[in-house]
Write a protein that binds this ligand. Sequence first.
Ligand code: UDP
Length: 235
Amino acid sequence: MPEKRDILYEGKAKIVYLTDDPDKLILHFKDTATAFDGVKRAELKGKGALNNTISSLIFEILHKKGIKTHFIEKLSNNEMLVWRAERFPVEVVVRNIAAGSVVKRLGFKEGEVFRKPLVELFYKNDELHDPLVCEEHVELMNLAPIEFLHQMKETALKVNDVLREFFSQQGIKLVDFKLEFGRLPDGSVGIVDEISPDSMRLWDAKTGEKLDKDRFRFDLGDLLEGYRKILKRIS
Ligand code: UDP
């Protein structure tokens, strides 16, 4: 069992702790829900545990498919042990169905099914509000080595295949999701951060009910009720 040391970083939804092993970190999932760059915020008891549990389950599924992530093991209700990674400030979003920013930005109709998955890149930068970027920006701004970026896009599409199939078996549509990547201690590129209903859109396949963070963003109903429904179906 690794020993928890100082806080390395505290974000909106997680606290990152150093451990006695320089290559390993502990992620603590907080009960805080935030949206719109942190403008909307609430404390929801149990949210951290739900996200930690759902994220851990998803990382385990990806590992079985040979996809590299920073996940090592779930330690407790709110904590997971991960490999320390040098993070790239790029968010890779994959979309199967139009929702959220792609509707506002490009005029797609919400719910429109894409002919093939759409991959988008965003520059992770709070001051600039995470703008959309293209491969050339990533290269010019040295956000990630270009060969890594190609790997990240490829991995994101593989994750989409795996998770779309997985959720579909549980009667859930995977609308879109966001991944972050980093260089792991062994030098390879892996998925970091979390893969949870905070970073995915999941709709009930029969009723169309939104089960993800959009419930909180747009006051569509009890957020945790949606997250509990997801966990119940996937575990
Ligand atoms: N997303 C995220 N973090 C961000 C931005 C987006 O996890 O900082 C997720 C979001 O939950 C959704 C997908 O990425 O599942 C696509 O988000 P979109 O670009 O539509 O932005 P939004 O309108 O949700 O801010």
